[in-house]
Design a protein. Structure first.
Length: 419
């Protein structure tokens, strides 16, 4: 892979995740400031709804009729418009949430489209993709630091930038930029051009049929289940930090992405020594430890426990979700690769996060009652719930998963991709 291509793909990932990080880690604080404290789980519900819809859009449109980079650009430009309108609708919570839904319907398909462009243009997924994907994490970090420290100079002295509409407008501007940039990306033709449109292929049934094995199904179910407590982290960590006295909320959360950069670069090393099963298992264990630290650190606002819990994000995300994407790609062939990647996004960011956002929102509102915020004791009780849930998923996965085949008829090299 030449340097120019690597730069283009890295810039794509940087902007893709800069956009997500700019609004995702701040919107709950913004909504609370504008009288929508009991509705903060809805942005994290419309996001997975869009992830559920995304494979149908990608399957019917992007994979068959248009070059991938053109669809990517068009969606980001439309998303920029919807996000620009969103903060202007705070007087009507319903319209605010519907605009976020419209934005996410544009954004979520771009995740699999960005992956498709990368995987189509690289040769060694295990070695090259983590190096490119790490720039997505860097983009998320830059977004968080920029919001807390740079946007802070544009607001009043006692106002957090996360409480204002500036992060949402920043998201809109970055979406427009990536939309324009996408048309300069390497040409990636529609992988299923001329093929008959099939609902089976779009929802991943054909991929399931070819990839199907006991351990693959265990991986798929575990991915869905671990995404349920994941929703609690994305939804409520920003409110938890506010409740425990942190000032630079968006910047503090970037500690997790900083650790993600480190572990992303170390993934080839760990693949060789741990193999896919224990990579996935360690990732799930990190979720258990993180929520446990949040719970133990809540009553006394123990800073090191909270920060260490956030710092575990590198292991939580890379070892499970990025490993899962590579695992799926290694097991797939060219005919089902796009379907398989869409299936895992549908399962995790779609169904799992949807269930998780709704459950976490119900639990949060149960604790909240008529109050404006949770007490520290209530935060402790809240975090033990996803900790125990993640622990149960981990035990289930370790007992049942034992996949030693990368693709049909191809045995795994124990020194390269051990289970």
């Amino acid at each position: 892979m030449n340097r120019l291509l690597q730069f283009k793909l890295s810039a794509l990932m940087f902007l893709e995740f800069f956009i997500w990080g700019a609004w995702y880690t701040t919107v709950a604080v913004f909504m609370t400031e504008h009288g929508m404290a009991d509705l903060t789980h809805w942005p994290f519900t419309v996001n997975p709804i869009a992830a559920i819809v995304a494979p149908f859009f990608v399957g019917f449109i992007a994979d068959r009729y248009f070059a991938t980079e053109k669809v990517l650009g068009t969606l980001h430009i439309l998303g920029a418009l919807f996000m620009f309108l969103t903060p202007q609708a705070t007087a009507s919570p319903l319209i605010f949430i519907l605009l976020l839904l419209a934005y996410n319907l544009c954004y979520m398909p771009t995740m699999s489209l960005a992956n498709t462009i990368c995987f189509h243009n690289i040769e060694d997924q295990e070695k090259q993709f983590p190096v490119i994907r790490v720039f997505g994490t860097i983009g998320w970090i830059v977004a968080g630091l920029g919001i807390s420290f740079l946007l802070g100079s544009f607001v009043a002295e006692n106002v957090r930038p996360e409480e204002t509409a500036l992060p949402l407008y920043l998201t809109s501007a970055a979406s427009l930029l990536l939309g324009i940039y996408s048309f300069a990306l390497p040409h990636t033709p529609p992988p299923a051009a001329g093929e008959k449109v099939s609902a089976r292929s779009i929802i991943g049934i054909d991929a399931l049929k070819q990839l199907g094995s006991k351990s693959f199904y265990v991986f798929l179910v575990s991915s869905l289940l671990i995404s349920i407590p994941l929703a609690a982290y994305y939804n409520f960590t920003q409110l938890y930090l506010e409740g425990t006295g942190f000032q630079n909320i968006a910047a503090t959360q970037t500690i997790g992405q900083m650790s993600e950069v480190l572990f992303m670069l170390l993934m080839p090393f760990f693949f060789i020594r741990l193999g896919v099963k224990w990579m996935l298992g360690v990732g799930m264990l990190a979720w258990v430890v993180r929520y446990g630290l949040f719970a133990l650190g809540a009553p006394g606002s123990v800073t090191w426990m909270i920060i260490f819990g956030i710092a575990l994000h590198g292991i939580c995300y890379d070892f499970f979700f990025v490993t899962g994407q590579i695992y799926i790609d290694k097991k797939s062939n060219d005919n089902i690769r796009g379907q398989a990647q869409g299936l895992i996004i549908l399962t995790t960011y779609g169904v799992g996060m949807f269930i998780g956002a709704q459950l976490a929102g119900e639990v949060f509102n149960l604790f909240l009652g008529s109050a404006e915020a949770l007490t520290l004791q209530q935060w402790q009780q809240f975090w033990w719930i996803p900790a125990l849930f993640a622990a149960a998923v981990l035990v289930l996965f370790l007992i049942l998963f034992d996949d030693r085949v990368i693709s049909k008829g191809e045995e795994v090299d124990p020194e390269e991709f051990r289970v």
